[in-house]
Design a protein around this ligand. Structure first.
Ligand code: SAH
Length: 225
Protein backbone atom coordinates (compact mmCIF):
# COMPACT_ATOMS: atom_id res chain seq x y z
CA UNK A 1 0.00 0.00 0.00
CA UNK A 2 1.43 3.36 -1.00
CA UNK A 3 1.34 6.17 1.57
CA UNK A 4 -1.22 8.75 0.55
CA UNK A 5 -2.98 11.82 1.79
CA UNK A 6 -5.70 10.65 4.12
CA UNK A 7 -9.25 11.77 3.56
CA UNK A 8 -10.51 10.90 7.01
CA UNK A 9 -13.64 13.06 7.14
CA UNK A 10 -14.76 13.05 3.54
CA UNK A 11 -16.54 9.75 3.31
CA UNK A 12 -19.73 11.28 1.92
CA UNK A 13 -23.33 10.19 2.34
CA UNK A 14 -23.06 7.21 0.06
CA UNK A 15 -20.29 5.73 2.16
CA UNK A 16 -22.30 6.28 5.34
CA UNK A 17 -25.19 4.39 3.75
CA UNK A 18 -22.87 1.59 2.65
CA UNK A 19 -21.42 1.41 6.14
CA UNK A 20 -24.88 1.15 7.66
CA UNK A 21 -25.70 -1.64 5.22
CA UNK A 22 -22.60 -3.48 6.36
CA UNK A 23 -23.64 -3.15 10.02
CA UNK A 24 -27.12 -4.47 9.16
CA UNK A 25 -25.51 -7.43 7.44
CA UNK A 26 -23.26 -8.15 10.43
CA UNK A 27 -26.35 -8.15 12.67
CA UNK A 28 -28.12 -10.57 10.31
CA UNK A 29 -25.12 -12.87 10.51
CA UNK A 30 -25.39 -12.95 14.29
CA UNK A 31 -23.04 -10.26 15.61
CA UNK A 32 -24.73 -8.97 18.77
CA UNK A 33 -22.16 -6.96 20.71
CA UNK A 34 -23.23 -3.32 20.28
CA UNK A 35 -19.77 -1.99 21.13
CA UNK A 36 -18.30 -4.12 18.33
CA UNK A 37 -20.98 -3.01 15.85
CA UNK A 38 -20.39 0.62 16.78
CA UNK A 39 -16.63 0.35 16.23
CA UNK A 40 -17.20 -1.43 12.91
CA UNK A 41 -19.49 1.43 11.88
CA UNK A 42 -16.93 4.12 12.65
CA UNK A 43 -13.64 2.48 11.61
CA UNK A 44 -12.68 3.84 8.15
CA UNK A 45 -11.98 0.51 6.39
CA UNK A 46 -11.54 2.36 3.08
CA UNK A 47 -8.28 3.82 4.44
CA UNK A 48 -6.87 0.34 5.13
CA UNK A 49 -7.11 -0.82 1.50
CA UNK A 50 -5.54 0.53 -1.65
CA UNK A 51 -7.31 3.63 -2.96
CA UNK A 52 -8.43 1.72 -6.08
CA UNK A 53 -10.39 -0.71 -3.86
CA UNK A 54 -11.89 1.99 -1.63
CA UNK A 55 -15.34 1.75 -3.19
CA UNK A 56 -15.49 -1.93 -2.16
CA UNK A 57 -14.25 -1.37 1.39
CA UNK A 58 -17.69 -1.75 3.01
CA UNK A 59 -18.59 -4.95 1.20
CA UNK A 60 -18.41 -7.98 3.44
CA UNK A 61 -15.45 -9.51 1.65
CA UNK A 62 -11.72 -9.98 2.11
CA UNK A 63 -9.67 -7.77 -0.24
CA UNK A 64 -6.05 -7.96 -1.42
CA UNK A 65 -3.51 -5.73 0.37
CA UNK A 66 -0.43 -6.71 -1.65
CA UNK A 67 2.37 -9.20 -0.85
CA UNK A 68 -0.12 -12.03 -1.37
CA UNK A 69 -2.02 -11.02 1.80
CA UNK A 70 -5.60 -9.92 2.44
CA UNK A 71 -7.54 -7.65 4.77
CA UNK A 72 -9.97 -9.97 6.56
CA UNK A 73 -13.69 -10.03 5.78
CA UNK A 74 -15.58 -7.60 8.09
CA UNK A 75 -17.81 -10.39 9.43
CA UNK A 76 -14.76 -12.37 10.58
CA UNK A 77 -13.18 -9.28 12.15
CA UNK A 78 -16.43 -8.62 14.02
CA UNK A 79 -16.79 -12.27 15.07
CA UNK A 80 -13.23 -12.58 16.37
CA UNK A 81 -13.56 -9.25 18.19
CA UNK A 82 -16.83 -10.39 19.77
CA UNK A 83 -15.20 -13.65 20.90
CA UNK A 84 -12.29 -11.69 22.34
CA UNK A 85 -14.60 -9.41 24.33
CA UNK A 86 -16.85 -12.21 25.63
CA UNK A 87 -16.36 -12.32 29.39
CA UNK A 88 -16.63 -10.06 32.43
CA UNK A 89 -14.20 -7.38 31.37
CA UNK A 90 -12.17 -6.63 28.25
CA UNK A 91 -8.71 -8.25 28.26
CA UNK A 92 -6.31 -5.36 29.04
CA UNK A 93 -3.29 -6.53 27.05
CA UNK A 94 -3.77 -8.27 23.73
CA UNK A 95 -1.43 -9.59 21.06
CA UNK A 96 -2.45 -9.81 17.41
CA UNK A 97 -0.40 -12.09 15.15
CA UNK A 98 -0.61 -10.83 11.55
CA UNK A 99 -0.93 -7.02 11.44
CA UNK A 100 -1.51 -6.94 7.67
CA UNK A 101 -3.46 -3.78 6.79
CA UNK A 102 -3.92 -2.86 10.46
CA UNK A 103 -7.71 -2.97 10.21
CA UNK A 104 -8.27 -5.63 12.89
CA UNK A 105 -5.90 -3.76 15.22
CA UNK A 106 -7.79 -0.52 14.53
CA UNK A 107 -11.08 -2.21 15.43
CA UNK A 108 -9.58 -3.52 18.68
CA UNK A 109 -7.97 -0.19 19.62
CA UNK A 110 -11.00 1.68 21.06
CA UNK A 111 -12.22 -1.46 22.85
CA UNK A 112 -9.02 -2.38 24.71
CA UNK A 113 -6.29 -0.72 26.75
CA UNK A 114 -3.27 -2.02 24.81
CA UNK A 115 -2.87 -3.88 21.53
CA UNK A 116 0.49 -5.34 20.45
CA UNK A 117 0.55 -6.50 16.86
CA UNK A 118 3.26 -8.33 14.93
CA UNK A 119 3.85 -8.66 11.19
CA UNK A 120 6.64 -10.54 9.40
CA UNK A 121 6.58 -8.73 6.03
CA UNK A 122 8.64 -5.57 6.44
CA UNK A 123 7.00 -3.29 3.80
CA UNK A 124 3.55 -4.13 5.22
CA UNK A 125 4.77 -3.51 8.76
CA UNK A 126 6.25 -0.12 7.79
CA UNK A 127 3.24 1.09 5.79
CA UNK A 128 0.73 -0.05 8.42
CA UNK A 129 2.71 1.39 11.33
CA UNK A 130 2.71 4.79 9.56
CA UNK A 131 -1.02 4.52 8.77
CA UNK A 132 -2.02 3.60 12.34
CA UNK A 133 0.05 6.50 13.62
CA UNK A 134 -1.45 8.95 11.10
CA UNK A 135 -4.94 7.86 12.12
CA UNK A 136 -4.16 8.40 15.80
CA UNK A 137 -4.27 4.82 17.10
CA UNK A 138 -1.92 5.47 20.00
CA UNK A 139 -2.53 2.29 22.00
CA UNK A 140 -1.54 -0.02 19.12
CA UNK A 141 2.12 -1.11 19.18
CA UNK A 142 3.27 -2.72 15.91
CA UNK A 143 6.45 -4.84 15.73
CA UNK A 144 8.28 -6.46 12.84
CA UNK A 145 8.58 -10.00 14.06
CA UNK A 146 7.67 -13.62 13.48
CA UNK A 147 4.48 -13.98 15.46
CA UNK A 148 4.51 -17.76 15.52
CA UNK A 149 6.93 -17.21 18.42
CA UNK A 150 4.47 -14.83 20.05
CA UNK A 151 6.03 -11.71 21.58
CA UNK A 152 7.89 -12.98 24.65
CA UNK A 153 9.08 -9.57 25.86
CA UNK A 154 5.49 -8.39 26.44
CA UNK A 155 3.96 -11.69 27.65
CA UNK A 156 1.74 -12.75 29.31
CA UNK A 157 -1.32 -11.61 27.35
CA UNK A 158 -4.93 -11.82 28.50
CA UNK A 159 -5.82 -12.57 24.89
CA UNK A 160 -4.03 -13.43 21.66
CA UNK A 161 -5.76 -13.16 18.30
CA UNK A 162 -4.20 -14.73 15.22
CA UNK A 163 -5.32 -13.47 11.81
CA UNK A 164 -3.28 -16.00 9.85
CA UNK A 165 -3.82 -19.76 10.10
CA UNK A 166 -1.17 -22.25 11.27
CA UNK A 167 -1.65 -25.97 10.58
CA UNK A 168 -1.17 -26.62 14.29
CA UNK A 169 -1.25 -24.19 17.21
CA UNK A 170 2.24 -22.85 18.01
CA UNK A 171 3.06 -23.83 21.63
CA UNK A 172 4.62 -20.39 22.26
CA UNK A 173 1.22 -18.75 21.82
CA UNK A 174 -0.29 -21.06 24.45
CA UNK A 175 2.62 -20.43 26.83
CA UNK A 176 2.31 -16.66 26.50
CA UNK A 177 -1.35 -16.63 27.58
CA UNK A 178 -2.09 -15.43 31.11
CA UNK A 179 -4.06 -17.92 33.22
CA UNK A 180 -7.71 -17.23 32.33
CA UNK A 181 -6.59 -15.79 28.99
CA UNK A 182 -7.73 -16.97 25.57
CA UNK A 183 -6.25 -17.56 22.16
CA UNK A 184 -8.53 -16.93 19.17
CA UNK A 185 -7.04 -18.66 16.18
CA UNK A 186 -7.95 -20.20 12.81
CA UNK A 187 -6.30 -23.63 12.59
CA UNK A 188 -5.83 -25.94 9.63
CA UNK A 189 -4.27 -26.61 6.29
CA UNK A 190 -4.36 -24.22 3.37
CA UNK A 191 -6.64 -25.03 0.45
CA UNK A 192 -9.37 -26.37 2.72
CA UNK A 193 -11.43 -24.45 5.25
CA UNK A 194 -9.84 -23.98 8.64
CA UNK A 195 -11.70 -23.93 11.96
CA UNK A 196 -11.87 -20.91 14.21
CA UNK A 197 -10.86 -22.03 17.71
CA UNK A 198 -10.98 -20.33 21.08
CA UNK A 199 -8.45 -21.92 23.45
CA UNK A 200 -8.68 -20.84 27.09
CA UNK A 201 -5.85 -21.28 29.59
CA UNK A 202 -7.84 -22.57 32.55
CA UNK A 203 -4.83 -23.13 34.85
CA UNK A 204 -1.10 -22.91 34.23
CA UNK A 205 -1.22 -26.50 32.98
CA UNK A 206 -4.63 -26.96 31.39
CA UNK A 207 -6.38 -25.56 28.34
CA UNK A 208 -9.87 -26.00 26.91
CA UNK A 209 -10.77 -25.59 23.24
CA UNK A 210 -14.08 -24.50 21.74
CA UNK A 211 -14.40 -24.83 17.97
CA UNK A 212 -16.43 -22.24 16.08
CA UNK A 213 -17.19 -21.89 12.40
CA UNK A 214 -15.18 -22.76 9.29
CA UNK A 215 -13.02 -19.88 8.07
CA UNK A 216 -10.46 -19.13 5.38
CA UNK A 217 -7.25 -17.30 6.28
CA UNK A 218 -3.85 -16.85 4.67
CA UNK A 219 -1.20 -19.15 6.19
CA UNK A 220 0.68 -18.31 9.34
CA UNK A 221 4.25 -18.79 8.24
CA UNK A 222 5.85 -20.79 11.02
CA UNK A 223 9.42 -20.32 12.07
CA UNK A 224 11.68 -23.28 11.42
CA UNK A 225 13.07 -24.73 14.61
N1 SAH B 1 -5.28 -8.60 10.63
C1 SAH B 1 -5.01 -8.32 9.26
C2 SAH B 1 -5.09 -9.57 8.40
C3 SAH B 1 -3.96 -9.64 7.46
S1 SAH B 1 -3.69 -11.18 6.65
C4 SAH B 1 -5.90 -7.21 8.72
O1 SAH B 1 -6.84 -6.80 9.44
O2 SAH B 1 -5.65 -6.71 7.63
C5 SAH B 1 -2.58 -11.99 7.77
C6 SAH B 1 -1.23 -11.35 7.98
O3 SAH B 1 -0.48 -12.26 8.79
C7 SAH B 1 -0.40 -11.12 6.71
O4 SAH B 1 -0.05 -9.78 6.64
C8 SAH B 1 0.82 -12.02 6.92
O5 SAH B 1 2.02 -11.47 6.41
C9 SAH B 1 0.87 -12.13 8.43
N2 SAH B 1 1.62 -13.30 8.93
C10 SAH B 1 1.62 -14.58 8.47
N3 SAH B 1 2.44 -15.35 9.22
C11 SAH B 1 2.97 -14.54 10.18
C12 SAH B 1 3.89 -14.74 11.24
N4 SAH B 1 4.45 -15.93 11.49
N5 SAH B 1 4.22 -13.68 12.01
C13 SAH B 1 3.67 -12.45 11.80
N6 SAH B 1 2.79 -12.20 10.80
C14 SAH B 1 2.44 -13.23 10.00
Amino acid sequence: MQPRKLDIQGIGMTSQRTRNRLIARLREQGIKDEAVLQVMRTTPRHLFVDEALGSRAYEDTALPIGHGQTISQPYIVAKMTELLLAGDKPPPKVLEVGTGSGYQAAVLSPLLATVFTVERIEPLYLATKALLHALGYRNVYPSLSDGSWGLAREAPFEAIIATAAPETVPPELLEQLAVGGKLIIPVGKQGVLQTLQVITRETSESYTTVTHEAVQFVPMIQAKT
